[in-house]
Design a protein around this ligand. Structure first.
Ligand code: NAP
Length: 560
């Protein structure tokens, strides 16, 4: 049967493993490592030609992590922790990719991965209790369990602008930036998009371009990264307290430590006190939480939020020489700070003081179409040699829904998620047995330090696989009731905050037609971990664990 399906694909492969894994980024690699530790066999598929996920694809100028590198590192191996030394507080994409390659080599993980291979479907046969993956290379792989490590921000989105095919210059998308060097120097460059990606790329592009035109639809808040080199001694010092760090980080809201945890509401301080505090934190810069983590109520109290937002607006006006440009860069009053992901930057606002940079407000003057030489808005025409799309992703669900995921009896992920991406803990979807998601919608994932949630989810799934194996079960399914309760809890938690207000990718507002749902869990990583632990202590509450047996009168198998 397998061979017949493979016809037409010379290098097609058939494979059976205990566990199938989709994706070989930070999550996929740790899953492979963990499975091997348990003596379980694995087969992973990866669309890219090598490991790295996000850091394989996003090679655009200026790409770097926005969580401290020492905390954006795996924690599972003491040797790995000891031997790797980061060179910068916020590592560049190339350094991150070197690290990930080092991990893949060190633990010999590539041998379980089939590269240049995109999974097209995943189908569960209830009778055989097997997932079966098909790929665009004609491969077929079967396994008892399937784990999706497909990433939260891995399905790039490019708006369908008329005339794009007529553009005579070079066109790039940040999320699929070429591996070869792109010659930017002396070029007229246009860039669409001012999210975290655009905000990282724009200052670097401006240094090289003859002229850079930035097309901004929504002004974003950003705060200074204050990136700096890390010395070997600093890394050693961090490593020497690693156990303490790891224990502490699991009790944090965002999976990150190293900044003062807020203890007061904003209005407990006088205006002078908070201004002094904001200034201090602005100067320190650094991690994402530098402004949002100043007081306890910034994410929940509109008035407190506005005071922080105004502080950043004032900084924009202080930094940008041209008051009209500063006004365009200052986010509107109805956008709470933090409700779109808050980027950190290096000289973003300063870049608009350069003579070779123009900011165009495409909310007021929308892009009409792409021309052979550039782009036309309602009232003006712009010419460039290079056009760059920094227009984001179909976040959290895009990569999963691109795969035809279903059971043979007819449950399809596309249908199950037609009203929003319901899940239990972000880990499983009711109706899809033995199928797990890492950093799925409903998990803290993108509101946390991703590598910390990757390790948490993977460890949690591995413990569950151990548990079912010991108990003699072989089928795991989230109950609909537990899923409904979790979805409701996640919705309540998000709606008690200012987070769902913005038209962000968190709510799917950037994708035409996508159902508006606040997708990540915003109850905190600490609370999430506690809930997961309690569920285990209650004998995996909300999961149905069962085992297949042959029924007396039939050759079919049934779960009991
Ligand atoms: P994004 O935040 O969704 O930003 C996309 C940008 O493109 C927005 O400015 C958006 O405008 C604009 N845009 C989209 N369609 C447009 C159109 N038709 N016309 C004009 N403008 C358009 O995407 P991103 O910047 O790639 O960032 C996504 C996420 O990736 C981040 O929030 C972050 O979580 C992650 N990221 C992390 C890092 C890091 O760790 N250092 C770096 C980069 C990205 P609107 O705002 O008006 O929609």
């Amino acid at each position: 049967m397998f061979q017949a399906s493979n016809i037409g694909h010379e290098n097609a492969d058939t494979h059976h493993a205990d566990v199938l894994v989709v994706g070989a980024g930070l999550a996929g690699l740790y899953i492979l490592y963990s499975l091997r530790q348990r003596g379980l066999t694995a087969r992973a598929f990866e669309a890219a030609s090598d490991v790295g996920g996000t850091w394989y694809w996003n090679r655009y100028p200026g790409a770097r992590v926005d969580v401290d590198s020492v905390q954006y590192s795996y924690n599972f191996s003491d040797e790995l922790i000891r031997e790797w030394v980061w060179t910068e507080k916020f590592a560049s994409q190339s350094e991150l990719l070197r690290y990930i390659n080092h991990v893949a080599d060190r633990f010999d993980l590539r041998r379980d991965i089939r590269f240049n291979t995109r999974v097209t479907s995943a189908v569960f046969d209830e009778n055989a209790n097997l997932w079966s993956l098909k790929t665009d290379q004609g491969d077929i792989a079967t396994g008892s369990y399937c784990i999706m490590a497909t990433g939260s921000l891995s399905a790039p989105f490019k708006p369908n602008l008329p005339g794009l095919e007529s553009f005579g210059g070079d066109c790039y998308q940040t999320a699929t930036w070429p591996h070869e060097e792109v010659k930017l120097s002396g070029k007229r460059i246009g860039i669409i998009g001012t999210g975290s990606t655009g905000i990282q790329a724009i200052p670097v592009l401006a240094e090289q371009a003859k002229h850079l035109t930035v097309f901004q639809r929504t002004a974003q808040y950003t705060t200074p990264a204050r990136n700096k080199p890390i010395t070997v001694e600093e890394q050693r010092e961090f490593n020497s307290c690693h156990a303490e760090y790891y224990n502490k980080v699991r009790h944090t809201f965002s999976g990150v430590t190293g900044f003062p945890i807020p203890t007061k509401c904003l209005h407990e301080d006088t205006p002078e006190e908070r201004l002094a505090y904001f200034e201090k934190r602005w100067k320190e810069g650094g991690m994402l939480q530098s402004m949002l983590g100043t007081y306890t109520d910034i994410n929940i109290n509109a008035k407190a939020n506005e005071i922080v937002a105004n502080f950043v607006r004032d900084k924009i006006h202080e930094t940008v020489n041209d008051p009209e440009v500063a006004a365009l860069l200052a986010p509107s009053k109805d956008l709470p700070i933090g409700s779109k992901r808050l980027p950190i930057d290096t000289d973003y606002y300063e870049t608009y003081n350069r003579k070779n940079v123009t900011l165009v407000d495409v909310r007021r003057d929308p892009i009409e179409h792409i021309t052979p030489t550039g782009l036309k808005t309602g009232s003006a025409e712009y010419n460039f040699d290079i056009l760059i799309f920094a227009t984001g992703f179909d976040a959290m669900t895009g990569a999963l829904l691109a795969i035809d995921i279903r059971t043979e009896s007819g449950a399809r992920l596309q249908d199950l998620w037609s009203q929003g991406p319901d899940s239990y803990l972000g880990l499983m979807v009711a109706g899809l047995p033995n199928f797990f998601i890492i950093n799925g919608p409903g998990s803290p994932s993108v509101k946390s330090n991703m590598i910390i949630t990757i390790e948490h989810h993977t460890d949690w799934i591995m413990d569950l696989l151990d548990y079912v194996s010991v108990k003699g079960f072989d089928r795991i399914e989230a109950t609909k009731q537990a899923q409904n309760d979790w979805v409701e809890h996640a919705r309540e938690v998000a709606e008690a905050t200012l987070m769902p207000i913005a038209d962000s990718w968190y709510v799917g507002a950037n994708i035409p037609g996508k159902k508006r749902v606040y997708m990540p869990y915003f109850g905190g990583f600490d609370r999430y971990c506690k809930t997961c632990d309690e569920i285990v202590a209650d004998g995996y509450r909300g999961f149905t664990l069962s085992r297949l047996k042959k029924t007396k009168n039939s050759s079919n198998f049934a779960a009991e």
